[in-house]
Design a binder for this molecule. Structure first.
Ligand code: HEM
Length: 470
């Protein structure tokens, strides 16, 4: 029998608070709001967010599967990511939909293929080691900013293939400043209120952007004519050599938008994930002990499970969005065109039927030989899914492996305070409230730092489900 809700499109229930109030609560305490709504309304509910229309959140794996395998022409992610427009630019792969998205994604995919990541192993280990060696011993020290410096350096080197020189120095500084601007809570609320189109017309914002664009356009111009372009294997050089189906190369502004997308999408997220790994491990010394022991023995199973569990329990991005282009049946309801269907990473990761005692930090749950289960495509979704799944998922997981490995081989870590750090919203990422503050100690055992080549990403990076539009 067909449910009456199929007759006319309708939104599931949700809080009755005014849109402006829901938006502010969302902006400050998204995970709390999702928990409250789920307890009250069940697996599917509606939130009303300023400038974003209606969001239908779902915590149901079957509905999430429907979303990730659904027709991308009807489920627009680019349109739903519009809030990122002012910084990333109109040609960013994150903001495009339909054929232009596929075209751009196709050009970028080869640079992020799982096995290519191995090539970045040495540079990741180098950056991590020199950063870690500088950390002060025995005093409360917040690691998130250091993780951010480290991941910015890594992605800059991987993307541009160079790290030195006045131009890179300028770019490094300008990117940091721009990030401070966009993650500033007051400016975030202004962005929500003004909307992405209007904020790009604010003169002070335009000036900030131009300061980042200058060194990027200069590097693009030089690199286009570089004699060694075809021998280089950094991401920028690969993108410069890539061509669209009609044989045309990427334009300067396309390249600028993709490079900024990679730099921004690629470092803040990974830095927060690393900060959470440290925050959780410090509060679970027995797990930190096991990790250290296994890493010293040259094994990586527990390391990979620790990363998976960190990204489950503390996903740095709480939701992904798809805007409906037509009324669509999802999760047994006919939803109206114009609404967004929003798989909640946070809520699906806390389902007790999939993750018993979901609030516990327990990497073993992902180790099959210990009764655990490999991450499920629709139940472990820190990188989203389907045709929009994070392009840098393999890069990020490999980077986390390399950095954590260097860390436990070189230093001991203890929490500066016993209580767990609260989840704190910085723009669109969820970070530890006290920035993963720790006490760093020297390792009692001087471990031989085994070669990074010993690590394998293949086992932990799920094959990318590259669904093509129906
Ligand atoms: C732990 C680190 C990271 C997390 C948690 C993360 C998470 C995500 C999520 C949730 C999405 C949206 C997926 C969807 O809509 O289904 C995404 C997209 C994307 N990410 Fe990441 N990301 C991380 C690291 C990276 C890195 C290192 C890079 C590049 C160097 C990167 C580049 C991208 C790009 C280009 C997209 C857009 C893909 C598309 O629209 O086709 N990310 N990421």
């Amino acid at each position: 029998m067909q449910d009456a809700s199929f007759a006319t499109p309708a939104l599931p229930p949700g809080p009755r608070l005014p849109r402006a109030v829901q938006s502010v609560i969302w902006y400050r305490r998204a995970q709390w709001l999702m928990d409250q709504c789920r307890a009250r309304f069940g697996d599917m509910f509606t939130l009303k967010i300023a400038n974003e229309g209606d969001w239908v959140l779902t915590a149901d794996p079957d509905t999430i599967k429907q979303v990730f395998t659904g027709d991308p022409r009807l489920l627009h992610a680019g349109e739903a990511n519009r809030i990122l427009l002012p910084v990333l630019g109109p040609d960013s792969v994150l903001l495009l939909d339909d054929a232009p998205h596929l075209r751009q994604r196709k050009l970028m995919l080869p640079a992020f293929h799982g096995e290519r990541m191995q090539r970045y192993g040495a540079l990741m280990a180098d950056v991590a080691a020199s950063e870690i060696e500088r950390w002060p011993i025995g005093q409360p020290y917040p690691l998130r900013p250091r993780m951010q410096a480290m991941t910015l350096e890594i992605v800059l080197r991987a993307v541009f293939g160079v790290s030195e020189g006045a131009r890179m120095e300028e770019l490094r500084g300008e990117l940091r400043r721009l990030l401070d601007v966009v993650t500033d809570p007051l400016r975030g609320i202004a962005l929500l209120a003004l909307g992405p189109e209007r904020i790009t017309r604010v003169p002070s914002f335009r000036r900030e952007l131009e300061r980042v664009n200058g060194p990027i356009y200069a590097e693009i111009a030089d690199r286009r004519t570089a004699a060694d372009l075809t021998e280089r294997d950094d991401i920028m050089s690969l993108l410069l050599q890539a061509t669209h189906e009609d044989g045309s190369p990427m334009s300067d502004s396309e390249l600028r938008d993709e490079l900024v997308t990679l730099l921004i999408a690629g470092h803040e997220t990974t830095a927060n994930a690393l900060a959470w790994a440290v925050e959780r491990l410090c509060r679970h010394p027995e797990r930190m002990g096991r990790l250290t022991e296994e890493v010293r023995a040259g094994e990586s199973t527990y390391l990979q499970a620790t990363i998976q569990e960190t990204l489950r329990l503390r996903p740095v991005i709480s939701i992904v969005l798809r805007r409906l282009q037509e009324p669509m049946e999802l999760g047994g309801r006919l939803l109206p065109a114009g609404a967004s269907i929003v798989p909640s990473i946070h809520l699906v990761h806390r389902r007790p039927d999939i993750y018993p005692e979901p609030n516990e930090f327990r990497p073993e749950r992902f180790i099959e030989s210990e009764g655990g289960r490999a991450p499920g495509t629709y139940t472990w979704i820190p990188f989203g899914g389907g045709i929009r799944r994070c392009l840098g998922a393999a890069f990020a997981q490999f980077e986390m492996e390399v950095v954590l490995r260097e860390l436990v081989l070189r230093r001991t870590l203890a929490p500066s305070r016993p209580e767990s750090e609260r989840v704190y919203r910085r723009a669109i990422t969820e970070t530890p409230r006290r920035d993963a503050e720790v006490l760093v100690g020297r390792c009692p055992v001087t471990a031989a730092v085994a070669s990074t080549d010993a690590l394998t990403t293949a086992a932990m990076v799920p094959a990318e489900p590259e669904a093509t539009p129906a």
